[in-house]
Design a protein around this ligand. Structure first.
Ligand code: ZN
Ligand code: ZN
Ligand code: ZN
Length: 270
């Protein structure tokens, strides 16, 4: 069930995250799939492509521009975005990129976008029109300033720590905001990055299905990482249609939750 964001910017500095989408690259239901999960009556089994928004001190920080960005923003009541953090440039995480232009129009300003060097290069290539100023007004196209991140950076008065993880051979960027961290599309987390994810209140991590996959964590692999890092709570995203919400949740130990589209979580400490 969606938890709509308040229309009023929060003045509280405690990071709060809303899952805009929690599904794998095909989305759930998948086109033309007769399976039970794709035809489930449980609204938590309708997973749009994985993306989230962090609310921090009244600022809205979007993580990825998933294929359904427009519909996700409408469902969550998201009417402003102050910055965009990209994890990587795969199509399911960038398919809604053009919809950023509406947030330019609402704010009447350029939007800063943060990405690692490889992701930034892919974005410039695929969305070249978004990085040149050719419209005299906001809203005709995305108007963006691209910032390449290769270490911790300041964003609206808070330190954001990029956390490199491996998605097969591709380096994907996770992000840590104080006691909350968001990691998607990982298959492996190098030791130095594991160290960046210790002492968390909330960890968001990907888990595709029960069977192993070459570029995504399985449910068991994700649970093993969570049990090593010991956050207070963990939320799993990027699930395929092979697991319903109810079945996946029943396989998990206490403190590890399957996220669903529209769920909002808050850290205890900030
Ligand atoms: Zn993905
Ligand atoms: Zn299916
Ligand atoms: Zn990916």
């Amino acid at each position: 069930m969606p938890f709509p964001l308040s229309p009023f910017p929060s003045v509280c500095a405690v990071p709060e995250l809303t899952f805009l989408g929690t599904g794998t690259s095909n989305g759930v239901p998948m086109i033309g799939c007769p399976c039970e999960v794709c035809h489930s009556a449980d609204p938590r089994d309708r997973r749009s492509r994985t993306s989230a928004v962090v609310r921090d001190g009244g600022r809205m920080i979007l993580i990825d521009t998933a294929t359904e960005l427009r519909l996700q923003a409408i469902a969550a009541g998201l009417d402003r975005v102050d910055a965009v953090l990209m994890t990587h440039a795969h199509a399911d995480h960038t398919g809604g990129f053009d919809d950023l232009r509406r947030f330019n129009e609402l704010a009447n300003a350029h939007l800063p976008v943060y990405a690692n060097a490889v992701t930034a290069e892919s974005l410039r290539e695929r969305f070249a029109y978004a990085f040149v100023d050719q419209f005299p007004f906001y809203g005709g196209k995305p108007d963006l300033t691209l910032h390449v991140v290769d270490g911790p950076f300041a964003l609206f008065g808070r330190e954001v720590v990029p956390v490199p993880v491996l998605h097969g051979r591709l380096v994907v960027t996770g992000y840590r905001f104080g006691d909350l961290a968001y990691v998607t599309d990982a298959k492996a987390i190098p030791p130095a990055s594991l160290d960046l994810l210790r002492n968390l209140d909330i960890l968001v991590l990907n888990a595709l299905r029960e069977r192993p996959h070459p570029t995504h964590l399985s449910l068991d692999e994700a649970v093993a990482i969570v049990q090593e890092l010991r956050p207070r709570a963990a939320y799993l995203v990027h699930l395929s249609h092979e697991l319903s919400h109810a079945v996946a949740q029943a396989l998990l130990p206490p403190g590890i939750h399957i996220a669903y589209d529209g769920l909002t979580v808050r850290t205890l400490m900030g």
